[in-house]
Design a protein around this ligand. Structure first.
Ligand SMILES: [Zn+2]
Length: 100
């Protein structure tokens, strides 16, 4: 009989290790070579981290292929942010009623 996927402490510590690995995968292309090599070795041996790495690589490739927004796009973003800042606060934020 083999151990189930939800084993004892060893399984939990591996999960914690995998979460740490997966957080670092976001920076895979910016890591120092030694760390990238160690990460890659784990990713090759671990199904969960391998799946996450493929997801990140796909996302990075998709972002890289996107055209850069034009300046007008950033102007519209800035205008929308300023409009939200200048707008009156929503009723639930009104501190003049009921709060001393
Ligand atoms: Zn892993």
């Amino acid at each position: 009989m083999t151990a189930g996927p939800r084993g004892g402490g060893r399984e939990r510590s591996r999960s914690r290790h995998c979460r740490a690995i997966q957080r670092r995968l976001v920076f895979l292309e910016e890591l120092p070579e030694a760390e990238a090599t160690a990460l890659q070795a784990h990713v090759c041996a671990c199904r969960d981290c391998g799946r996450t790495e493929r997801l990140f690589r796909g996302l990075l490739a998709a972002i890289r292929d996107m055209p850069a927004p034009e300046d007008a796009y950033w102007d519209r973003i800035a205008e929308a942010i300023m409009a939200r800042i200048r707008a009156p606060p929503p009723p639930w934020m009104d501190q003049s009623s009921g709060v001393e």
